[in-house]
Write a protein that binds this ligand. Structure first.
Ligand code: BG6
Length: 516
């Protein structure tokens, strides 16, 4: 690639007034867990620092451990101080914020928990606390059912003085049947408009920008279809391994952990029809249409169009790392995939015949999440008459992370008297263009819940449409002979079979190598 041209904003714009969250009491189930410490509290702290929170905002952490309010606050402070997400952290700021935090020790499987909680929240609401209640389920999925039923039985789903909402963390179950069952339980207690199924990828600035890029510009939409696009590649590569989450990961694997939600969301946003408005009903309706236009795979199709892998020992950033089956808490005979790739087809007028390739894996050579849209060749080869003159196809790439931005590859004439061409790249980088850092996904999403905007959350039918595609692949994998694991080295670009999946069409995956 020859040249890089930077894109910058061409209009001046005023910084919009900061949106304000409604007042509420946020009740977090799973308050001593990793998600609360690493993601929720740093995000809430930052929202408070930038002035988005109401003065009537309180947090009640619900957990099993017998902790006092003070001990709970201390454990959170340590995590917030070390979190890169709590960007505005200061000890003074924390002291102010921590006054809003309380702890409620309880077992979620004890039926007495919920009447006790009702009484506790009732007392808070008799003081100056908000009448609005926000329940956040940040526990393992297996506890969702009993918590939801418990809240319903104690009458905490009804609120005559304000609103009540519930946030349900991912993974939203493990297959289509369990997702349907959980939806039934949820909707027997809450109204769908009060249920916020979270997929944190939708809170990422660059993911939302896919919609602005596609529907805020006239330039791209006319060519966004099977007549001009050859194939689409969606990658979510991580250098991290399974970390401390072996228990969860052994039961889940890459397909359920990443493809069933984040990757299918990226695919839907790339492929959806224009919504009538940027609101929850229109946007989610169009995403469901795309997912419904994908046929679930048969066993034979899954054998041909999917790949699973598990990392063996290797090198990450020059350091030796163990293979997945040697990680603490993982069975040495584990058949869990840490890599998954698949090819989907969307059977509608816009996309018929265009393959959408998705791949995701742990312990790959580089952290990279991107969507690359590959265009067809020009109908006539006017310039590629010499090998050094080969004109590559146009590619539009949405870099979700890192170096958030968008690039467009195209051909240009090289300077000189001869007609030689080179491939160049037009590059828009968020940070350089706007000079500010984007909010972290959880800040955006928590603020949206507190303002009652469900556009960036998964609707009931959407969650089920995702599982409708993933469950047949899981079923096929349990029927088909398992590949011999490990089948890729830590620090590599993934299994060879994955290269073959795309090579069958004469293409190859984009390089994960930052220098390529
Ligand atoms: C989570 C998965 O949903 O997303 C993790 O459970 C994964 O396994 C993570 O590492 C990736 O998120 P991000 O924001 O770091 O790309």
């Amino acid at each position: 690639m020859a040249t890089i041209v930077e894109a910058r904003p061409t209009t001046t714009y005023a910084t919009p007034a900061l949106p304000k969250a409604d007042s509420c009491i946020l009740v977090i189930f799973g308050a001593t867990g990793d998600l609360t410490r690493r993601k929720l509290i740093p995000a809430l702290y930052d929202l408070a620092c930038v002035g988005c929170m109401s003065p009537h905002f309180d947090i009640v952490g619900v957990g099993r451990k017998p902790l006092s309010d003070e001990q709970f606050r201390e454990s959170l402070e340590e995590a917030a101080a070390h979190s890169k997400d709590a960007r505005n952290f200061t000890s003074e700021g924390w002291r102010d914020f921590a006054k809003r935090i309380r702890y409620f020790a309880a077992d979620t499987d004890d039926p007495q928990t919920y009447p006790r909680l009702t009484k506790y929240l009732g007392e808070m609401r008799r003081t100056e606390c908000s009448p609005n209640l926000l329940f956040y389920l940040a526990t393992p999925t297996s506890l969702f059912d009993e918590i939801i039923r418990g809240l319903g039985a104690a009458g905490l789903n009804r609120n005559e003085k304000g609103w009540t909402r519930v946030v349900v963390e991912k993974p939203f179950c493990h297959d289509l049947a369990s997702a349907r069952k959980l939806n039934e339980v949820l909707l027997s207690v809450f109204h769908e408009e009060d249920v916020y199924r979270i997929d944190h990828y939708l809170g990422k600035e660059t993911v939302q920008n896919i919609l602005v890029f596609r529907f805020g510009n006239l330039l791209f939409e006319p060519i966004w279809n099977r007549n001009y696009i050859d194939y689409v590649e969606i990658t979510a590569a991580e250098t991290l391994g399974v970390e401390q989450r072996a228990g969860f990961y052994e039961e889940t694997g890459a397909l359920r952990d990443m493809v069933a939600n984040h990757m299918l969301q990226l695919l839907s946003l790339t492929a959806m029809e224009p919504p009538l408005a940027f609101d929850a009903s229109s946007v989610r309706g169009k995403k469901v249409e795309v997912l419904s236009a994908i046929k679930p795979m048969t066993v034979e199709e899954a054998a041909e169009r999917t790949v699973r892998g598990q990392y063996g020992p290797g090198q990450i950033d020059g350091k030796s790392v163990p293979g997945y089956s040697e990680e603490p808490g993982v069975s040495p005979k584990s058949k869990t995939e840490t890599y998954a790739a698949a090819q989907f087809f969307i059977d509608n007028w816009r996309w018929a015949g265009v393959p959408f390739f998705v791949r995701t894996g742990k312990r790959l050579s580089r952290n990279l999440t991107e969507i690359a849209v590959h265009f067809k060749r020009t109908p006539q080869t006017l310039f590629a008459h010499e090998s050094d003159n080969e004109v590559e196809r146009n590619v539009i790439a949405f870099r979700i992370q890192p170096n958030e931005g968008i690039s467009v590859d195209f051909a240009a004439k090289r300077p000189g008297t001869e007609m030689h061409t080179a491939n160049v790249q037009l590059n828009f980088r968020y940070r350089e263009a706007f000079g500010t850092k984007s909010p972290v996904a959880y800040e955006t999403l928590l603020l949206d819940v507190m303002r009652g905007d469900a556009t960036l959350f998964t609707r009931r039918d959407e969650a089920e449409a995702e599982w409708r595609l993933i469950t047949p692949v899981e079923d096929a994998w349990s029927e088909l002979p398992a590949p011999k694991f490990s089948n890729y080295a830590a620090g590599s670009a993934g299994p060879e079979a994955s290269d073959l999946l795309i090579a069958r069409h004469g293409w190859s995956w984009r390089s994960l190598d930052p220098l390529a």
